[in-house]
Ligand binder design. Structure first.
Ligand code: NAD
Length: 366
């Protein structure tokens, strides 16, 4: 099951150094020769409940990159569940491979067997490169899966709910930066118009924002552009646009040493996980640039809220109602950050950690 010898080391750090750096409880390396499955499941923290988080399938440049991704993503899930008031821990999985070429029933079901072997400590769902149909295959091997189609009693694709929460967080950030939460006439760039990005563009178009989009896939760009009258820009150009709001909705780490000096926006609010390459460096740097940053794991929690609802008896209306509260939570985080003189991401992490600590104490006694 464990193939440590093949894992390249990140920044001269051993695999165990990396695991202990973020305080992960358990990291499972899954390998199967027959199907070609290479996956890593990261369980970050289970104080509040079982670790729930999607599975991402991606053509990582290296195994070290995949490990780094799963460690960062699973940690983010812990904070996301905690700050959203859910009784869930944080976990995530990555499958190394091209979702368009390498994904098949056997590979997904083998992955399901690995999830099953964790006996509920980890519950999976969809993420980049995965669909509700893929969850059906995983479900054939384990019950520890959410994000199932509505026909199977699930909540279906969580992306529209994630987009709604991101929109709420964006409006709160606009209120902070511009004094009004109206997005009408605001210039907004959306990086990545996949599942969530597409639904977000729909909400922005309804509010008459001026939208700029970019993506790897040309056909998808043309489709979204035509439907919502959005202007297509190149993948690199997105960082130089003179916009009010930049919305990262692709992969993480897009706010980094290279991009920061190029950004001209006043607000950053998107659904991508781990947008700040290094939160300790780029969180404070955003304050210096006068950019209002809406913490990613707070405003993209709609999907998690939706899949959590699935576990306790799915109710779409209540999932949306709970997601709408992201607006108020985001404003609370801005206030907390200001009071404590810290950056917004740090304030959100502080609030999440406080809940884990206090509920952990409640649960330590009968
Ligand atoms: P998706 O795969 O459907 O969409 C991602 C899109 O980004 C794709 O169209 C891809 O081509 C594009 N992309 C990738 N790299 C790019 C780049 N460098 N420049 C421009 N476009 C690029 O995934 P999704 O489900 O929409 O998720 C998007 C992000 O939101 C991910 O970071 C994911 O972890 C996060 N997220 C998703 C959900 C959800 O409910 N799906 C929930 C929380 C967080």
């Amino acid at each position: 099951m464990v193939e440590l010898k093949e894992v390249e080391l990140k920044k001269d750090k051993s695999v165990f150094d990396q695991i202990s750096e973020h305080d992960h409880e358990k990291v499972v390396f899954c390998h199967d020769k027959e199907t070609g499955l290479k996956a890593i499941i990261g369980i970050h923290n289970t104080v509040l409940g079982p670790a729930l988080g999607g599975t991402r399938m991606w053509s990582y440049a290296s195994e070290a990159e995949a490990l780094d991704d799963v460690l960062r993503l699973s940690r983010g899930m812990t904070y996301k569940a905690a700050i959203s008031g859910l009784n869930l821990g944080g976990g995530k999985a990555v499958i190394i491979g091209d979702a368009k070429k390498d994904k098949n029933e056997a590979l997904l079901r083998k992955f399901g067997r690995f999830v099953k072997n964790l006996n509920g400590a980890y519950i999976t769902a969809e993420d980049v490169g995965m669909t509700t149909k893929d969850m059906e295959y995983i479900k054939m091997e384990t019950d520890h899966v959410s994000g199932l189609p509505e026909s199977m009693g699930g909540g279906g694709d969580p992306s529209p709910v994630t987009a709604y929460g991101t929109y709420m967080g964006m409006k709160a950030a606009a209120k902070r930066a511009f004094g009004s939460d109206s997005l009408a006439g605001k210039k907004i760039s959306v990086q990545g118009v996949g599942h969530v990005g597409g639904y977000l563009v729909e909400l922005l178009a309804k509010e008459n924002a001026e939208i700029f989009i970019t993506d790897i896939y040309e056909d998808r760009l043309q489709e979204v552009s035509k439907k919502y009258n959005a202007k297509v820009v190149s993948m690199d150009e997105i960082y130089d646009l003179d916009v009010d709001i930049y919305s990262p909705c692709a992969l993480g780490g897009t706010i980094n040493d290279n991009t920061l000096s190029r950004l001209k926006c006043q607000v950053i609010a998107g659904c991508a996980n781990n947008q700040l390459r290094d939160e300790n460096v780029h969180g404070p740097a955003l304050i210096e640039k006068g950019i209002v940053y809406a913490p990613d794991f707070l405003i993209n929690a709609g999907g998690l809220i939706n899949v959590y609802s699935e576990l306790i008896g799915y109710n779409r209306e209540s999932a949306y109602a709970q997601t709408e509260r992201i607006y108020g939570y985001t404003l609370d985080i801005f206030n907390l950050a200001e009071q404590e003189g810290i950056h917004n991401q740090a304030a959100a992490i502080e609030m999440a950690k406080k809940r884990i600590e206090s509920i952990g104490k409640v649960r330590s006694t009968f």
